[in-house]
Design a protein around this ligand. Structure first.
Ligand SMILES: Nc1ncnc2c1ncn2[C@@H]1O[C@H](COP(=O)(O)OP(=O)(O)O)[C@@H](O)[C@H]1O
Ligand SMILES: [Mg+2]
Length: 218
């Protein structure tokens, strides 16, 4: 489904990555790891069509991003590192707001079902009253309204309680399995990566992660 060939990206003189190659299929969960500043978020933004590489190409279902990024956006879900929801609206009002922007329409019942699946049933609670874990879950639910085939998550479990972290991990495994989705996500929690991901990609020259995750690398 996804093919990344000889991808390079620099900011000024700083080379973030060079000659990166990835292939991945639907149904897989891939962990992206690397130290802070290694380029994980940069790669996710490129794969989400929100940033352009300097060199190399990305293909989704054999179609290049250069020509088809508009069509690709309809089948990509992306949750940035910083939570992007409306604090003054309730959980359900947020869902309704983002549903209006979605190319795939959802009824209120379907949106509640989506929230139930991710164990966030506080529909009428204002977002400012939610815990960090619940906000993450809401952000994730919003990214699924348009039924993406390829889901990109930037640190979806950073700084949240253990229960939410485990629930999000289980939810992602079910999504990959039941909806045949390709999921790529970053985390600093190596136990979680081993538990949730089918394999990992290490960004940057970091032997610490390479040794720690040698069994999971392809
Ligand atoms: N918009 C930008 N302009 C300039 N430098 C950037 C920009 N975004 C990220 N960087 C730099 O690129 C490197 C990789 O950043 P990032 O992709 O955020 O890493 P990570 O997510 O792995 O922590 C860092 O050195 C960062 O400072
Ligand atoms: Mg980052």
């Amino acid at each position: 489904m996804l093919k990344v060939t000889e991808l390079s990206k620099s900011y000024g003189k700083r080379k973030v990555f060079d000659n990166l190659n990835i292939t991945a299929e639907r149904g897989e969960i891939i962990g992206l790891v690397g130290e802070n500043g290694a380029g994980k978020s940069t790669l996710l933004k490129i794969l989400a069509t929100l940033s352009k590489p300097d060199d190399g190409e990305v293909f989704l279902n054999d179609q290049s991003y250069k020509k088809h990024y508009r069509a690709h956006r309809k089948i990509i879900g992306y949750v940035p590192q910083n939570i992007a929801v409306w604090e003054d609206l309730t959980v359900l009002e947020n869902m309704k707001f983002f549903e209006k922007l979605s190319p795939v329409k959802k009824s209120v019942k379907e949106m509640k079902h989506l929230l139930d699946n991710i164990q966030l049933d506080r529909y009428k609670t204002r977002v400012s009253q939610l815990s960090g874990g619940m906000k993450r879950k809401l952000n994730l639910a919003i990214s699924l309204i348009h039924e993406p085939e390829f889901l990109l998550l930037d640190e979806p479990t950073a700084g949240i309680d253990l229960k939410s972290r485990i629930e999000i991990g289980e939810f992602l495994k079910n999504l990959a399995r039941n909806n045949n989705m390709l999921i790529m996500y970053t985390s600093h929690d190596m136990n979680e990566i081993k538990e949730v991901c089918d394999r990992v990609i290490i960004i940057g020259e970091d032997n610490f992660y390479r040794e720690l995750l040698s069994d999971y690398m392809v």
